[in-house]
Write a protein that binds this ligand. Structure first.
Ligand code: UFG
Length: 322
């Protein structure tokens, strides 16, 4: 298939692009490089350095795309509470432009990067796709708005669409030539890469945002998934996409780790000290997010190759050290 990957110069988008090329697809990456890196785009893909708002200049009716994997977007839940307007613009306005282009070009398939953040504080764990969606942060609200827009698009125009609700993504793709494709956010805001930077001596301490949550040790609980396992789900979703259906799949491990348990795992994998300091809560953080991915397993045949948090941290650590 000829596929457009928006955000293909980012962390998850570049890993997805690698796997699509490995599977024999033709890949065009659309990325404005605001947060992505040109050198993360695999050699076999073409990079169109174009903002999402102008996607119609690439996704034209004549270009013959068979599908779009839409990963472009702003992703930091904490930042979305401080600069919400950036998130409504990049995520919602940008995605509406994409849907316009998809419709005009009659592109048959769409796979969208949604998020566990759409659920907010769940009333029941693990979270199934039927759980109530009540996001506690602007990031989750913008992703939920796009999910709703896709549902409407599917109903009105017969698009085949799949939303993948990612839980917390970590790790790096190991290539056969010994190189890695991994996470390079600037500034980094995510727990595991920051903990690894502390382990590497690049930062002095890790601030833990809140220890008074209603969890076992008071720190937030998240469900971690290896980026390669997550990326593989995109290929399965693409194959399963069915006209007039908007399918939704949660992608996580089914195991929750508290922030302090994550730090303990980082210490174990790296063999290095990771000094932590308790800090106030970060606005918008739900206390606990743990996935049920039973639907993805049953309907997509998805299975994890690297389900343990130590394997995930090990790959992220190997990437950081290179
Ligand atoms: N945290 C700290 N200190 C830090 C960074 C994070 O204590 O320096 C805490 C956060 O407060 C939170 C947990 O670590 O309790 C995880 O935070 P991250 O920023 O690593 O990840 P989030 O859970 O906020 O969000 C991530 C992605 C989203 C995705 C979501 C799905 O950024 O894009 O996971 O669960 F939607």
């Amino acid at each position: 298939m000829k596929l457009l990957v928006t955000g293909g110069a980012g962390y998850i988008g570049s890993v997805v692009s690698h796997l699509l090329l490995d599977a024999g697809h033709e890949v065009v990456v659309l990325d404005d490089l605001r947060t992505g890196h040109a050198d993360a785009v695999p050699a076999g893909a073409r990079l169109a350095q174009v903002p999402l708002a102008e996607v119609a200049s690439v996704l034209t009716p004549d270009a013959g795309f068979d599908g779009v994997l839409h990963l472009a977007g702003l992703i930091a839940a904490g930042e979305s509470m401080v600069r919400p307007e950036l998130y409504w613009d990049a995520n919602v306005v940008g995605s509406l432009a994409l849907l316009d282009a998809v419709r005009a070009a009659r592109t048959p398939r769409l796979v969208f990067s949604s998020t566990a953040a759409v659920y907010g504080n769940p009333s029941e764990l693990p979270l199934t796709e039927a759980a109530i969606t009540a996001p506690t942060n602007t990031y989750g609200a913008t992703k939920l708005a796009i999910d709703h827009a896709i549902t409407s698009e599917v109903a009105a125009y017969g698009l085949a669409a799949v939303s993948l609700r990612y839980f917390n993504v970590v790790g790096a793709l190991r290539r056969p030539d010994g190189t890695f494709v991994g996470e390079r956010h600037d500034p980094e805001t995510h727990l595991i890469p920051i903990a690894l930077q502390v382990a590497a001596g690049e930062r002095e301490t890790l601030d833990i945002f809140g220890d008074d949550y209603p969890t076992t040790d008071g720190t937030c609980v998240r469900d971690y998934i290896h980026v390669e396992d997550l990326a593989r789900a995109h290929l399965l979703a693409l194959a399963a996409a069915t006209p007039k259906e908007h399918r939704v799949y949660n992608l996580g491990n089914g195991n929750g780790f508290s922030n302090l348990e994550v730090v303990a795992a980082v210490r174990q994998v790296t063999g290095r000290p990771v000094p932590v300091r308790m800090a106030p809560r970060r606005e918008g953080d739900p206390a606990e997010l743990v996935a049920s991915s039973a639907r993805a397993r049953q309907e997509l045949g998805w299975a994890q190759a690297k389900p343990t948090i130590t394997e995930m941290i090990d790959d992220a650590w190997a990437f950081l050290q290179r």
